[in-house]
Design a protein around this ligand. Structure first.
Ligand code: PGA
Length: 310
């Protein structure tokens, strides 16, 4: 049955030619559109006429007049060719999703929650590879400038970059001290008092440092910087060892039991910002990246609420 139908409607190429003649109204225009000679077009239409068993058009003067059989075949050709295009698109999406790579560069502080987002995504699309780069904010900016990744995760979207962003969830920076520190006994600590403590700060280029410094600048005070440490974990251990107090994202305390660190109630804190997934404005997102963005926007927030038990 299928082969009889095929014999009736001709080859895809013939249908393409028929449609071009039908839509442009002449063999000459169709030949220009398809980059074929006029005799080739006439010959293919002749073969198609034989396959259908009915004339496709009549020549009236210089004009072509399509017969009913020609019109219905041209309309069907349009549907068939459109379905093929859709099929092509769906197949390349599936190919993209079954074998491509999703590249995400994230500021170090986002490493506490992004894996909880990637886990369920990878289970849904087991064939894809993920390249997850974790670096401080400045390094993520440099990766953006070199177009190395599909998405870049920041808490403050850098204003000087030409990017689009979708906000994802809040990032609260809180003051921390070792359990038993005198400030943990106070219901509310003034900023002035907090600034007298030895302060541990992240390295230059860190987003946490950027937010902390802007906060102190806005408040008109200076923390008493004792040490610069290029790692959230090392800051937490330094706080635990009694080296000083600090301000870090609450995410650094959210997973794993970190005994012995307490959040202080300090005037003006927490510092509030929002995590965003960003991508280059001039960049065409890959099929995987599009699906991932949709996932982040529609399911990601709920997933984070569950994972972080917010
Ligand atoms: P950081 O950045 O890990 O570099 O401190 C976090 C952020 O972008 O706020």
């Amino acid at each position: 049955m299928a082969s009889r139908l095929h014999a009736h409607i001709g080859t895809f190429r013939q249908l393409e030619i028929l449609l071009a003649v039908y839509e442009t109204g002449s063999i000459k225009a169709a030949s220009e559109k398809l980059f074929l000679t006029q005799p080739t077009i006439s010959m293919q239409l002749k073969k198609l006429t034989e396959a259908i068993g009915l004339p496709i058009y009549q020549q009236i003067g210089r004009k072509l007049k399509f017969t009913d059989a020609g019109i219905v075949t041209a309309q069907t050709a349009k549907q068939i060719l459109q379905s093929c295009e859709n099929l092509d698109m769906q197949l390349s999406n599936l190919k993209g999703l079954s074998s491509g790579t999703l590249r995400i560069a994230s500021a170090t502080t986002a490493k506490y929650f992004i894996p909880h987002l990637l886990g369920p995504f990878c289970q849904r699309y087991p064939g894809i590879d993920i390249q997850f780069t974790v670096a401080n904010r400045q390094t993520v900016i440099e990766r953006f400038e070199q177009s190395l990744d599909d998405f870049y995760v920041f808490s403050y979207v850098p204003e000087h970059l030409d990017l689009q962003a979708t906000e994802f969830m809040p990032n609260d920076l809180v003051a921390i001290a070792k359990a038993g520190h005198p400030l943990t006994q106070e219901q509310s600590v003034s900023l002035e008092r907090f600034c007298q403590e030895d302060f541990l700060i992240r390295e230059q280029g860190s987003g946490t440092r950027y937010s902390t410094e802007s906060f102190f600048r806005q408040q008109g005070c200076q923390p008493n910087i004792k040490m610069t440490i290029a790692s959230n974990e090392a800051i937490i251990h330094s706080v635990l060892s009694g080296l000083g107090v600090s301000i870090l994202s609450a995410h650094t305390l959210a997973f794993g039991e970190i005994y012995g660190v307490e959040v202080l109630t300090v005037e003006g804190l927490p510092i509030q910002s929002n995590w965003s997934f960003s991508w280059a404005k001039n960049q065409q997102l890959s099929p995987i990246a599009k699906v991932f963005l949709d996932y982040v926007e529609h399911e990601g927030k709920e997933m984070m609420h569950k994972a972080l038990a917010l």
